[in-house]
Design a protein around this ligand. Structure first.
Ligand code: SDX
Length: 396
C-alpha cells in the first residue's frame, strides 16, 4: 500500500526498482463512489447495495440504469419517465448510419473501432455537448446509453451485409436491442436473457474503462470524450476484449479430450487463459456463475451445448489444477457462450459489453464530476540526469 511518503515533495529520481510503486495501481483507492462494490474475496457484486443476483432476477436494465444514475431504485412514475426518455433518444442521425455502413464492413476493422468512431461522431449532433451543467450531463448520459445500443446493432447488421433496422418504440431497451441485432422480435426468454446480460455488464466499480473515463472527466472534458476514452480501454483483450478471445479458445480446443493438454500447455508457457483471473476477484466472479446458469437453456435452444460442455470442462480443470492460485472464471468466460448461442458473432461480444457498461460509465463520470480533482499521479524518473547537448555532427 502507498504511504504518505508520496504526498511529501520527495525527489522521485531513482534507479529502476529502487522506489516501490503500485504497478497498475493495484489495490490503490483513487476516489469514493456509491455506484457499486466488488467483494473480491467473497465473490460478491452489489450495485448501490443491491446484490447482482437479485437485480438479475427481479429488475430491468432501465431500472438498474436509474439506480446507478440516482443512487436509488425508481418509483413507477420515475421509471416510466426514464423509459420514455430512452425510447425517444434511441434513433441516431442518418450521417452516423452512413458512417457505420461504410466502416463496419471494411476488412480488418474491428467493431469496437467503429463503435468508438460512431460515439465520437455523436457529439457533433448533440448541440449540448459543451454544456457542463449536471442536468445537461444527465441528459447527454441518457442519450449515450440509449444510442449506443442502436449504434452497436447497426454495426452488427452492416458487418453481415444485412439491412440496418430502426429502433422500435414498443419494445424495452433490451428487447429492442435484441430486435435490432437479430431482426427477430424477442420472446420473453430472449428479451429477459438480454436484460440479464446488460444488467450483469452495467457496472463494476473502478475497472480500466471506467477509470480511463473518470480521468478524462477530471480535466472537465465533455461526456462524449470520456466515453470514447473508455471504449478504447474496453477494447483491449485484457479487459472487455476477453469475451471474444474465449470463443476463439473454445474453437481452438475443439473437443473435450483436448482441454487438459491445451490448458497445461498454455499455463506452462505462462499464457493467460482468457475469461480467467481478475484483479479483484480471487474466487468465482458472481457474474460468471449467473451466466453459466443462463447458458444451460440458451445452449439447449441453440443446439450449442458443446460450447458449454467445453467451457465447464475448462472450468473444472482450472479449478482443480490452478484454483489455489486465485485464477477463477470471470464475467467474460461464459458470456461468450451465451452470446454465441444467441446468434451474435464473436467480434460483436465486446460492443455488447459496452452497451451494458454504458450505464455505469455515465454514472461514474457524472459522480466524479460532482466532487472533482484532476488526476495527476507521478512517474518515478529512472532516466539520466544532467545530460549535455551534443551537436549532431559529433553524435556517433
Ligand atoms: C474484465 O477490472 C474489472 O472489473 C474488469 C471487468 C469488468 O467488469 O470491468 O471485470 C471485466 O476485464 C474481466 C477480465 C477479462 N480479462 C481476461 O479474462 C484476460 C485474462 N486475464 C488476465 O489477463 C488477468 O487475470 C487480468 C488482466 C484480468 C488481471 O490481471 P492482473 O490482476 O494484473 O493479474 P496478473 O496478470 O498480474 O496475474 C497474477 C498472477 C500471474 O501469475 P505470476 O506470473 O505472478 O506467477 O495470476 C496469473 C498470472 O500468471 N494469472 C493467470 C491469469 N490471470 C492471472 N494465469 C493464466 N491465465 C490467466 N487468465
Amino acid at each position: 500500500m502507498l504511504n504518505n511518503t508520496y504526498s511529501e515533495e520527495i525527489k522521485l529520481v531513482a534507479k529502476p526498482g529502487e522506489i516501490p510503486f503500485a504497478k497498475g495501481l493495484e489495490g490503490v483507492p483513487v476516489g469514493e463512489s456509491t455506484k457499486s462494490f466488488v467483494d473480491g474475496l467473497g465473490g460478491k457484486l452489489v450495485y448501490h447495495g443491491h446484490p447482482i443476483e437479485e437485480l438479475c432476477e427481479k429488475s430491468t436494465y432501465e431500472e438498474v440504469f436509474y439506480l446507478l444514475l440516482n443512487d436509488q431504485l425508481p418509483k413507477e412514475s420515475e421509471l416510466r419517465d426514464l423509459t420514455r426518455l430512452m425510447r425517444s433518444y434511441r434513433e441516431i442521425p442518418g450521417d452516423i448510419y452512413d458512417l457505420i455502413s461504410k466502416q463496419a464492413p471494411r476488412y480488418g476493422v474491428h467493431p469496437m473501432s467503429v463503435l468508438r468512431t460512431a460515439v465520437s461522431a455523436l457529439a457533433s449532433y448533440d448541440e449540448t455537448t459543451e454544456e457542463d451543467s449536471p442536468s445537461e450531463q444527465r441528459r447527454q448520459g441518457i442519450r449515450i446509453v440509449s444510442k449506443i445500443a442502436t449504434i452497436t446493432a447497426a454495426i452488427a447488421r452492416a458487418r453481415q451485409g444485412k439491412p440496418i433496422l430502426s429502433p422500435r418504440p414498443d419494445l424495452t431497451h433490451a428487447g429492442n436491442f435484441y430486435y435490432m441485432l437479430t431482426g427477430n422480435t424477442p420472446d420473453n426468454f430472449y428479451a429477459r436473457l438480454m436484460d440479464v446480460l446488460l444488467i450483469l455488464h452495467a457496472d463494476h466499480e473502478c475497472n480500466a474503462s471506467t477509470f480511463s473515463m473518470v480521468v478524462v472527466r477530471s480535466t472537465l472534458s465533455d461526456l462524449y470524450s470520456c466515453v470514447v476514452a473508455g471504449i478504447g480501454a474496453l477494447k483491449g483483450p485484457l479487459h472487455g476484449g476477453a469475451n471474444e478471445e474465449v470463443m476463439r479458445m473454445l474453437q481452438a480446443i475443439g473437443s473435450l479430450d483436448n482441454v487438459e493438454k491445451f490448458l497445461d500447455d498454455a499455463m506452462s508457457q505462462r499464457l493467460r487463459i482468457s475469461g480467467f483471473g481478475h484483479r479483484v476477484y480471487k474466487t468465482m466472479d458472481p457474474r460468471a456463475a449467473i451466466l453459466r446458469e443462463h447458458a444451460r437453456e440458451v445452449t439447449r435452444r441453440a443446439g450449442t451445448e458443446h460450447w458449454l460442455e467445453t467451457a465447464e470442462r475448462i472450468e473444472k480443470i482450472m479449478a482443480e489444477k490452478y484454483g489455489q492460485r486465485g485464477i477463477w472464471p470471470n464475467v467474460d468466460f461464459f458470456s461468450g457462450v451465451v452470446m454465441a448461442s444467441m446468434g451474435i458473432e464473436p467480434p460483436m461480444f465486446t460492443p455488447m459489453f459496452a452497451v451494458g457498461r454504458s450505464a455505469g460509465w455515465v454514472s461514474h463520470i457524472i459522480e466524479q464530476g460532482n466532487d472533482n480533482r484532476i488526476f495527476r499521479p507521478r512517474f518515478i524518473y529512472v532516466g539520466p540526469e544532467d545530460e549535455s547537448y551534443q551537436p549532431i555532427r559529433d553524435r556517433k
